[in-house]
Design a binder for this molecule. Sequence first.
Ligand code: SF4
Ligand code: SF4
Length: 109
Amino acid sequence: MAAQRIVWIAPEAPPKPALGAPCNGCGVCCLLEPCPVGVLLSRRRRGPCVALRWMAAERRYRCGALSVPATVFGWGDGRLGRCLTAWARPLLARWIGAGRGCDCDWTPA
Ligand code: SF4
Ligand code: SF4
């Protein structure tokens, strides 16, 4: 029998789509375990990523490393921070596979 996992997820979050479907921000993948960028930020390999942010107005999760990098990485929103954000965003988007569709094959019960 497969091991069971309990994931605490916002009740308003959208249901997880099928593997390969467009990402809808359900948050399941990042709540299960961090991606490589998230491992560095969270300093762990299992459990929710510290960079994951619930966007109440949008009723979805977003990667904080992409959406609010100045906060997540702590480099502020001054001139240097804005430069770092502009430099890092495309790299981060590539590293986390943003826009490539859902790559999580875990099925919530
Ligand atoms: S995509 Fe972002 S929120 Fe999700 S695990 Fe990676 S760093 Fe964390
Ligand atoms: S990649 Fe899949 S599991 Fe992760 S937030 Fe997007 S839709 Fe949800």
